[in-house]
Structures are given as structure tokens and as C-alpha cells.
Design a protein around this ligand. Structure first.
Ligand SMILES: Nc1ncnc2c1ncn2[C@@H]1O[C@H](COP(=O)(O)OP(=O)(O)OP(=O)(O)O)[C@@H](O)[C@H]1O
Length: 632
């Protein structure tokens, strides 16, 4: 195995390039917009309803102003003509003002409620799509890099599109519809007052257009750079133990510092035009300036009897509302850009390549248990010229026998073994069990069990951890499995025995966790087993216990053991020597004694001297045949 934190794969992303690594471009931004559209399909109808309601609410915003102008007209008429104010008329317009104002707010809140429900629904839909997808992607895809992407997708990116789904359709539409309706009304009152209401807008739009050129790409890049800083931070924190142990805190901290400095410089560059636009906007659209223009010029028009004072009051209030609408519009544009990057990542995750489903091939079940690799080749990269990690490998594992894979580090042992567990499909060749290709088997994981270097216990009870592959197992069966895996006494001495929750109630040593993983494989009772010879890093007592547990597990099964030490393979039925992804020899220990590659492996590990003395006890397979443990 190349790593102890993931199964059979290293941290380099093997299944295609990481989209996070590419700097965002205008093309990516467009792709983000397309991705957003695609992502929003399941809630297209409620979002459209939200938009329509926002338009209605925006149009209703005009009515209080109409009422205001009418009330002003009635009051002015009465004042000018010296007659009593028509109270009924005023009351009627006050009712119009209050009702339309309240109705506008009511419709606005209903629209927001609809889009918020849509947002919750969409989050749920995306999460379901992701979970269903992840259930079908090759297991080898789950490197720590991709796990980070999954975490970011499920947590950050779904959160980032909240603004876009729950707020933008309503606030963005309202920010367009309301000022438009108000401006139209201002022109209906009087075209000169309409022009006054929008007098400062052209300057503002011009300033904004020059300052904000290219901001879309920059905003998307900011999200990218922020992710880079977070990644450095996570790297610093997760690697802190080893970093401290090797006295590299300063160096590692320096990486984070550099990323943060780069972000600071970029941010300063990004924010400058925004500040300038903000300052210009504040001055060009500032309340005093708008009032001076509208009331000042408006008074001249009133003085010349062109319009009434009430008209000027209404259009001045309309002019004051426009800057707020523009601000909301700009905010929602930025939210869309940032959400575009998140949507792109989510769409990437949702479209992660999957393994073809076994049941599409009819879900066949093998009759005999021989395992055959026939001309199997595999590369981690998807490009046609990617280096082959496994190159045209053919061999057979006879039913009920033990085979060891042996070869130098990086020779392809783990890759061969994990292909049998269908962590991914070979690029060419076939792997079959009893003449049935594993791709066509629907119950592969009840036929193939594995115990790997990293036991991967979950934060659930020890009982549930053991019964993971067979949840219906009785307590007695779980106890028996624990006993055969030489872990029963240690579990019973835990605070809550089998109910102890791993991680929360108690931790376990690597050797203990390994034996629980062995109990887990025992209870599934799969006839074919993949074992990683994982005892090299444990203490002698733990190693002895694990070997005994493995012996119980191996008994009577077809076993493929990944051997890291030559001693382990001496008594097995068959040894497969692997070098640079190719099988260079197959035979028993005695048959291979003259093989150059095999002899070199013994020498390379300094084990040659121990060759003669290698004890059968070291070998799970050999001892399995003498052991009293058995398949249940
Ligand atoms: N996730 C991965 N992405 C890209 N290349 C990988 C990945 N995992 C392994 N490889 C490459 O595939 C080749 C075979 O690796 P593999 O882990 O199968 O070898 P191994 O014999 O099991 O090594 P070891 O004994 O050190 O665990 C190596 O060249 C390795 O660098």
C-alpha cells in the first residue's frame, strides 16, 4: 500500500485534473454560468414564481407614490382655492397608500419564502445527487484531495449558492423592476421631472463601466485564491505533528504566510476599483446632490407652473430610491459570479465518472471460486499514454489457496489487489471469478472481502463496526468474530464493551483497530480475501495477535496477500513476483529460489540470512491450514 490514510492510492489525484487548480478565466466564468443554469433546473418553477412576484411587488411600489401625488394635489387645490379639503378623497388615497404598501411587502415576503424553500429543496437535491454519485464512483477516487473537494462541495459550495437561489431571484428582480416602474411613473408625472430623477445615473454608469472592466474574472479568481489560502491553512494544521517533529514549523508557516500575502496583494488590487466606484457612487448618487438637483430644478418648474409641488416631492423621493436599487443589483451580480465558481465545482462533483453498474449486466453469480486475471492493464491517469501501473498481468488464484504478491515498493502490488476489489476497472483485460467478469457481478462485496493497512473504523459502536458488512448479525456472531480475531477480551474491557463508540468513548491502538477490521471481514464470510500484510509497523505482541487473527480469517478461503516482507510468503501455495507493473515469475518458494527477481527481494530487505530460518508462524496462509479457526 502506498498510503495509510487512503486505500490503495496516493494523494495525487489520479482520476482527472483537479478543477480547483486551474486559474479561472472568462471561459470558465461562462462555464460557471452554464453550470448554474443546469444546477438550478430542479427549482426553475419556484424561482420563476419568485421572480414574477418580485415584478408584481416592484410595480406595486409605484402606487404609494401615486397616492402621495394625489393627496398632495387635493391639499394644494384646497389651499389654492381656499375651499375645505375633500376628506373622503384624502382618506381614499391614504387607504390606497397603506394597502398597496402592505401588499407590496406581503408579496415580497411570500416571494422570499418561496425561494428559500426552493433553496432548501435544491440543497437536498444536490446532496442526494452527490451521495448517489459517490456510491458509484471508483473507490480509488476517494483520495484525500478528492475528499477535500467533497467536503468543500457539500459544505461551502451548497452554502455559497444560497444567496443566489434564496435572494437573488427576488432581490435582483425587484432591484430592476421597482426602479424601472418608478422611473416610468416619474416620466408619466412629467418628462422633465423624469429626467431630473435619473440625471446622475449616466455619469455613475459610465464610471462603473470603466472601473469594473474585467471584475467578473477577478471576482471568480478571488474565490480561487481564498481557497488556496484555506488549503495552505489546512495543510499547516493537519501536518502540524510531523512539521513540529521535524522542526519545520517556520518553513510550513512560511507557505501559509506567502499564500496569505499573495491574497492580500490580490485583494487590494481587486478592491481598489470597488472603492473608487463606491466613492463615485456616493458622490454622484449622494442624497444631498440628488435633492439639490431634483428640488432645486423642480422648484423652478413649480414656480413656472409647469408641475405641482407634490409632483416634485414624489419624483425626488423616487430619485432617492434608485441608488439603493443599483447597489442591490450590483451585490446580486457579484453573488452570481461567486456562486458560479461554486456551481462549477458542484457540477464537476455531480458528474464524477462512475463505474458501470453491475446489475446492468444482469447481476450474475459465479459458480466456482477460481479468480483469473487475464491480460489486465491499468493506469492511474486517464490519458492514452499514461504510465501503466499494472501492465498485461495474467494469473489464476485457485479456489481455497493462498497467493502472495511480492515485489519492490511501487511495483503495482496494491493496484493489482485493489482491482480485484473493483476499486476501479482495468483499462484492458478481464478479472473474473469462476468465469464471470467481476463487472457483471452484483454481489461482488459479499464474495470479496478485504483487510487493508488502514482499518478505517467509523465513529459508531464497536459492535456496529464489526457488523458493518452484515448488520443483521446476532450479538453472538459478533462475539464469535471478535474472539476469532483475538480482540474479544480487549473489547470487553472497554467502558461500554461492544457498545463503546469508537472515537467518542474510547480510542484504539493500530493493532486493535486492525483486529476489529479482521473481525469485520470474518463476519461477512466472503470466500475471497485480499489481505495487506500490515503488521510491519506494530509491536511484536500485536503482530503475533494479528497473525493469529489472520490465520483464522484465511482458513479455507481464496486469499491474495500483499506481502511487504519476503519471510511472509515462504509457505504460501503460490507466489507472484511483480516488477514495474509486470508479473515476472509465478511459483512456490522452492520453485522460485533460483529466480533472480525473487532472490533480489530477499537480499534487498536484508532477509537472505533469515531465509532458512523463516518460520511458518510468520505466514497467515501457511498457518491457516494448521490452525483450528475456520470459516463459519
Ligand atoms: N493514486 C495514485 N495515483 C497515481 N499513481 C499511483 C497511485 N497509486 C499508486 N500509483 C503508482 O502506481 C504504481 C504502483 O503503485 P502500487 O501502490 O500499486 O505499488 P505497491 O507495489 O503496492 O507499492 P508499496 O509496496 O510501496 O505499497 C506506482 O508507480 C505508484 O506511484
Amino acid at each position: 500500500m502506498t498510503t495509510t490514510t487512503t486505500v490503495g492510492v496516493s494523494d495525487t489525484a489520479p482520476f482527472g485534473a483537479d478543477p480547483d487548480s486551474a486559474e479561472p478565466s472568462a471561459a470558465q466564468q461562462k462555464a460557471g454560468a452554464r453550470a448554474l443554469k443546469d444546477l438550478m433546473k430542479p427549482v426553475a418553477v419556484p424561482l420563476a414564481v419568485g421572480r414574477v412576484l418580485a415584478i408584481v411587488s416592484g410595480i406595486l411600489a409605484v402606487f404609494p407614490y401615486i397616492a402621495l401625488v394625489q393627496i398632495g394635489g387635493v391639499l394644494l387645490d384646497a389651499y389654492n382655492s381656499g375651499v375645505a379639503v375633500d376628506g373622503d378623497e384624502v382618506n381614499r388615497w391614504i387607504r390606497v397608500l397603506v394597502i398597496t404598501f402592505a401588499l407590496r411587502l406581503f408579496i415580497y415576503f411570500i416571494a422570499l419564502a418561496i425561494t428559500h424553500v426552493a433553496d432548501i429543496k435544491l440543497g437536498h437535491v444536490i446532496q442526494l445527487r452527490l451521495v448517489r454519485r459517490f456510491a458509484r464512483v471508483p473507490l480509488g477516487w476517494f483520495t484525500s484531495t478528492n475528499s477535500g473537494r467533497v467536503r468543500k462541495g457539500l459544505q461551502d459550495d451548497i452554502g455559497a449558492i444560497h444567496q443566489l437561489i434564496a435572494h437573488q431571484p427576488v432581490d435582483g428582480t425587484m432591484a430592476t423592476a421597482m426602479p424601472l416602474a418608478l422611473m416610468v411613473y416619474a416620466f408619466v408625472i412629467d418628462w422633465r421631472l423624469g429626467l431630473l430623477a435619473i440625471a446622475t445615473l449616466p455619469l455613475y454608469i459610465l464610471a462603473m463601466a470603466t472601473q469594473m472592466r474585467g471584475m467578473g474574472v477577478k471576482t471568480a479568481e478571488m474565490d480561487h485564491r481564498l481557497s488556496a489560502v484555506s488549503a495552505r491553512m489546512v495543510e499547516f494544521v493537519t501536518g502540524i505533528t510531523v512539521v513540529k517533529a521535524f522542526g519545520r514549523v517556520g518553513h510550513s508557516h512560511h507557505n501559509y504566510q506567502r499564500a496569505a500575502d499573495e491574497f492580500y496583494e490580490f485583494y487590494a488590487d481587486w478592491v481598489k476599483p470597488l472603492i473608487r466606484v463606491g466613492a463615485l457612487g456616493n458622490s454622484l448618487l449622494a442624497v444631498p446632490l440628488i435633492l439639490v438637483i431634483n428640488i432645486g430644478v423642480g422648484s423652478i418648474l413649480v414656480h413656472n407652473d409647469v408641475v405641482s409641488a407634490a409632483d416634485v416631492l414624489a419624483t425626488s423621493l423616487i430619485a432617492l430610491l434608485i441608488p439603493f436599487a443599483i447597489e442591490t443589483l450590483m451585490n446580486s451580480m457579484w453573488a452570481t459570479q461567486i456562486a458560479g465558481a461554486s456551481a462549477l465545482r458542484l457540477v464537476g462533483l455531480v458528474n464524477t465518472p462512475v463505474l458501470p453498474r453491475a446489475d446492468q449486466g444482469g447481476g450474475r453469480t459465479p459458480t466456482a471460486g477460481d479468480v483469473t486475471f487475464d491480460g489486465v492493464s491499468y493506469s492511474y491517469g486517464s490519458e492514452p499514454d499514461a504510465t501503466l501501473a499494472v501492465d498485461d498481468v495474467s494469473f489464476t488464484l485457485r479456489e481455497g489457496t493462498v497467493t502472495a504478491l511480492i515485489g519492490p515498493s511501487g511495483s503495482g502490488k496494491s493496484t493489482i489487489a485493489t482491482l480485484l476489489a473493483r476499486f476501479d476497472d482495468p483499462r484492458s483485460g478481464t478479472i473474473s471469478i469462476g468465469d464471470i467478469p467481476i463487472q457483471e457481478m452484483s454481489d461482488l462485496y459479499s464474495r470479496v472481502g478485504f483487510v487493508l493497512q488502514d482499518p478505517q473504523l467509523l465513529g459508531i459502536s464497536i459492535r456496529d463496526n464489526i457488523a458493518l458488512g452484515r448488520p443483521e448479525a446476532t450479538d453472538e456472531q459478533v462475539r464469535q468474530a471478535a474472539s476469532a480475531a483475538r480482540i474479544l477480551d480487549e473489547i470487553e474491557s472497554l467502558p461500554a464493551g461492544f457498545d463503546t463508540v469508537y472515537g467518542a468513548d474510547a480510542g484504539l491502538s493500530g493493532g486493535q483497530a486492525q483486529r476489529i477490521a479482521i473481525a469485520r471481514a470474518l463476519i461477512v464470510d466472503a470466500p475471497i480475501l485480499i489481505l495487506d500484510e500490515a503488521t510491519a509497523l506494530t509491536d511484536p505482541e500485536s503482530e503475533h495477535q494479528i497473525q493469529k487473527a489472520l490465520s483464522s480469517l484465511a482458513h479455507g478461503r481464496t486469499v491474495l496477500v500483499i506481502a511487504h516482507r519476503p519471510e511472509v510468503v515462504k509457505g504460501v501455495d503460490q507466489i507472484i513476483v511483480v516488477n514495474a507493473g509486470r508479473v515476472t515469475a509465478i511459483g512456490t518458494h522452492e520453485e522460485l529460489l533460483d529466480n533472480r527477481d525473487y532472490a533480489r527481494l530477499w537480499q534487498a530487505t536484508g532477509a537472505a540470512g533469515r531465509l532458512a530460518a523463516a518460520s511458518a508462524d510468520d505466514m497467515p496462509a501457511a498457518s491457516a491450514r494448521d490452525n483450528d479457526g475456520g470459516r463459519r
